[in-house]
Design a protein around this ligand. Sequence first.
Ligand code: VAL
Length: 400
Amino acid sequence: EANVSCAIHEDSSKDSGSTLDSICDEYSVGTPESESKQAINDRLKTLINILKDDFNPENVDLSYIYDPSIENIQTDDTSSTIKTSKQPQFIINDEDHKVPRMDWDNYHRLDVIHTFMDDLERDYPSICTSGSIGKSVEGRDLKILKISNSDATNSSVWIDAGIHAREWIAPAVVTYIANHIAKNFSDMPPSVTNKDWYFLPVVNPDGYEYSHTVDRMWRKSRAWYGGECVGVDLNRNFSCGWGGKGSSGAPTSVFYRGAQPFSEPESSAVRDMLMHAGISFKVYITLHSYGQVIIFPFAHKEALCPDYIRLLEGATVMSKAIHDSSGNTYKVGVSRDVMYGASGTSNDFSYGVAGIPYCYLIELRSKQHKFKLPKEEIEETGEEIRLIFLALTIWKEEHS
Ligand code: VAL
């Protein structure tokens, strides 16, 4: 039986054959305008079948979301001293540093991750291509890996991570999945091989390195905004709902949204790939930690998105796959229901502006260890998340 924790807080042990209106009332779903009532009714029935009357809403502990010790880099709000030009901070240049081999027994530095991507290209040249889609503020590559059999009929999937520096498990899971697909490509089902897979394991390489070398709890980028004001929350710098609630205009804030939408090279590079590279993405997934939730748009406004039910179904399929494989519970819902509201996120942009139909933000493990998930859990987290991609692609194939 499914044990999927759901953001819908009503009792589900109701008659699944209720009329659409009463179901919508019960589940606070509303009636999205883009689908007919019959279509929505069918979708709700599918969803209820997936959930098998076993909603298990639990209260999310929000106390970890705001950590004042991180916020107070300096106490005064120095908005008036902001300079418009940015100065690159530094490039770590430890020439003696030997690049260890990639594995999933440890969290690795950026050079290990990038070398691993090049190694996959070298070892599997017929399906793997690595390349840079731009540079960070401090000049590091925004390196992507594409895995594809180059069939012109493929649809495209985007998976990124590491937009927040300290969330180390997220890049580790992206590389785990990429490695698995590359090494086992010939044994993969068609739902996997008929996709062009794009992986960007570290959206925020400057912050990622900084969290390894200076401050383990660093979240933002390393863009300089004057004085001691360093860093933009890149997941507040996208254009969809930019400037709204759940972001800050103060460069001292951990939620600083930047001077304007896409003021940062890291978010602009992602935008250009999603919108201007001539690639028709059908799925966008961005991995974060922590909280064990699967979130879909919108995070920046209360109104339900027109595809709420379809997105909820996909999230539920993924959550169920996790539960079936590891017994772990991932809550599903919109951000303000399962975590908090946020504006200018990459997930809202992907759906609301780039028009990608399936967009999810997944907060990985774990509530217990917060950002410092023990390295012993990297591999099992990678495995449970790999399986949700499999479940999502199979489900999408059956339902499109
Ligand atoms: N943790 C995410 C963030 O702060 C939210 C949007 C769920 O970017």
